[in-house]
Design a protein around this ligand. Structure first.
Ligand code: NAP
Length: 319
């Protein structure tokens, strides 16, 4: 038998829970709220600040109940407080391995070298940003290449900026960044946007946003910091250099399923397949939120997944 000494900083009061939720975004925190209200000993393991991808944006306009919209950080904080008030614990840990010891007996190991046991697990680990994979991107990340407008945008106030992508994230973040600069290029590989029409219309009509459509970034330029991007028009084949100080990349998401691979089935894009009760192929392990294979990745669908996953976990634990 192994004994682990809990570091005070983990936030955990014990090492055994009924339900451990991995990931503290909207799905995980909602699962925690529901789990705690089902009187399950519930913990959320989160490697960063609770709130998930919501913390990487500025303002949320499409979450019901907030007709004027709500600051993203405030909404994330409210989710966290709600889960904690219900009795859930937030453990500051990154999970790197899971072992199933038997029915209703899972052990999760962390990068800190400690481990926690639970009768059921909910995977709510969300996604990481997809990389463009062009020359200059890796070397200049943190030096003008960014995947988080709200974190890094303010450093480039008044400077020319490029945003890459045509989904909801690229449109939302372009609109945010266009408040900081009057020279923003939105580079998208098609001429139609994937993101919500209301956002697409706003982007098209924005005086600070220059659309660079049917175009792909072939290289990010800079020596120690970004100085421009090379962009190729897919229809004409012409290449042009745009002088920008920053490039914000929003071209989709890669699901975080590393430690859970053997316990779940995934779709062709790597997202976890569940049924309507959020069950994975392993009894006792559920998945919720953006990491799950589904059509609509929004805060509102993440919280729905979280509620369902916790309900199913409660049924599993008490069956
Ligand atoms: P997304 O919807 O997958 O869109 C990715 C965009 O990047 C697409 O326009 C795509 O072009 C483009 N793209 C993909 N690979 C590319 C490449 N290699 N080079 C150039 N362009 C590339 O991703 P997202 O915008 O990050 O959104 C992810 C999910 O989060 C979506 O389900 C979205 O609805 C959701 N979301 C929700 C909220 C909210 O709830 N408020 C906010 C933001 C995002 P094509 O269109 O040509 O494929």
């Amino acid at each position: 038998m192994q004994f682990f000494v809990l570091e005070e900083t983990s936030g955990a009061s014990k090492t055994e829970y009924d339900l451990i939720i991995i990931g503290g975004g909207p799905a995980g925190l909602t699962a925690a709220l529901y789990g705690a209200r089902y009187k399950l000993e519930t913990a959320v393991m989160e490697k960063e600040t609770p709130g998930g991808q919501v913390t990487l944006t500025d303002f949320v306009e499409n979450y019901p109940g907030f007709p004027e919209g709500i600051e993203a950080s405030k909404l994330a904080h409210q989710f966290e407080e709600h889960a904690k008030n219900a009795g859930a614990e937030i453990i500051a840990r990154e999970v790197n391995k899971v072992i199933k010891h038997g029915e209703k007996d899972f052990e999760v190991f962390t990068h800190h070298g400690d481990s926690f046991r639970a009768k059921s697990l909910i995977i709510a680990t969300g996604c990481n940003p997809r990389r463009l994979g062009v020359p200059g991107e890796e070397e200049l990340t943190g030096k003008g290449v960014s995947y988080c407008a709200v974190c890094d945008g303010p450093f480039f106030k008044g400077k020319p900026i490029a945003v890459v992508g045509g989904g909801e994230s690229a449109l939302t973040e372009a609109l945010y960044l266009a408040k900081l600069t009057d020279k923003l290029y939105l580079i998208h590989r098609r001429d139609q946007f994937r993101g919500a029409k209301v956002l697409g219309d706003r982007v098209r009509n924005h005086p600070n946003i220059n659309l660079v459509l049917n175009s792909v970034v072939t290289e990010i330029l800079g020596d120690g910091k970004v100085s421009g991007v090379m962009v190729k028009n897919k229809l004409t084949g012409e290449t042009q250099k745009l002088d920008v100080d920053a490039v914000f990349i929003y071209i989709g998401l890669i699901p975080n399923i590393g430690p859970f691979k053997e316990f779940v089935e995934t779709d062709e894009a790597g997202f976890i397949v569940t049924d309507e009760k959020m069950r994975t192929k392993t009894p006792g392990i559920f998945a919720a939120g953006d990491v799950r294979s589904k059509d609509l990745r929004q805060i509102v669908t993440a919280v729905s997944d979280g509620a369902l996953a916790a309900t199913s976990a409660d049924e599993y634990i008490n069956s």
